[in-house]
Design a protein around this ligand. Structure first.
Ligand code: PAF
Length: 282
């Protein structure tokens, strides 16, 4: 497995292996790899001649300094996991300086309102940070196909918008959420949960499943009220938001329209750890 810490050497290497019709698949990550990440890599390996994985905890997308500080960093284990998945993976694990060259700042993007909903309301600046790093990484890796998990569905839509507005030649591919047996969506942040919290956090997905069922015969408002009540009655979790939204605009569903695709989005805090999840409703 090839591992690069600097963009210059990575770019030279990618140039040297490029052939006329070869494709580069790209899986950007912040490390603390789990089965969800590995399945993105597997998909990329099966669809491209070359696959690059980046491991970089991006400071500009953290609005909360404590969250950045506590974000799990497990590079050695990550390298072991990738090596046992495939020796063909090309890993880019840069320093902050290799990416930001002394100026740790976000670019400001217009994502046509996608950035103002849900995560955008609760994490100011987050999506400018995501747009900045993903654009930077796309410039360095020049991928043909880039793979993102649907757990961060708002991020997926925002990356697609960034690619469209900047005319970038990258196919952005959304991939299904991987879950623990309990239903808890896999996330690097789960590493910070105790075993008891992990079990209890199954409530998040169970609530989404029940909300999906209720949405077939109830209004968005009634479903949202029910979800709020469910979390009000539970002392271990704080519900940050629950929103039923149009899948393409991410605007809240006020009145159901049978021609639209809806999705429920949820963010919950458990012992200072923020967990998000989402489910398609129709
Ligand atoms: O989803 C993530 O892990 C991050 O937001 C990403 C896309 C790697 C950018 O830092």
């Amino acid at each position: 497995m090839q591992i690069f810490n600097g963009k210059a050497a990575l770019m030279d290497f990618l140039k040297s292996i490029k052939t006329l019709n070869s494709t580069i698949g790209f899986v950007p990550t912040m490390g603390a790899l789990h089965q969800g990440h590995l399945s993105l890599m597997q998909q990329s390996l099966s669809e491209n001649q070359n696959t690059v994985v980046s491991i970089f905890v991006n400071p500009t997308q953290f609005n909360n300094p404590e969250d950045l500080l506590k974000y799990p960093r497990t590079l050695d284990q990550d390298i072991e996991k990738m090596a046992s998945l495939s020796p063909d993976l090309i890993v880019y694990a840069p320093s902050v300086d290799d990416i930001y060259e002394g100026k740790i700042l976000s670019q400001t993007f217009d994502f046509e309102g996608l950035e103002n909903q849900m995560e955008g309301k609760f994490r100011p600046g987050h999506f400018n940070g995501v747009g900045t790093i993903v654009k930077r990484l796309f410039e360095i890796v020049t991928p043909t196909n880039a793979y993102f998990g649907e757990k961060d569905f708002q991020q997926l839509q925002i990356v697609k918008k960034m690619v469209e507005k900047n005319n970038l030649a990258v196919n952005v591919i959304g991939c299904p959420i991987h879950r623990e047996k309990s239903g808890l969506a896999m996330s690097s942040r789960n590493e910070r949960l105790t075993e008891v919290e992990k079990k209890e956090a199954a409530l998040i997905y169970n609530t989404l499943i029940a909300a999906k069922e209720k949405f077939q015969s109830s209004s968005s408002k009634l479903v949202s009220d029910w979800v709020k009540k469910t979390f009000d009655e539970n002392n271990s979790f704080e519900l940050e938001y629950f929103q039923i939204a149009d899948e393409s605009t991410l605007l809240p569903c006020i009145r159901k329209n049978k021609n639209k695709k809806y999705r429920a989005f949820i963010a919950v805090i458990v012992n200072n750890i923020r967990l998000i999840d989402t489910i398609s409703l129709n």
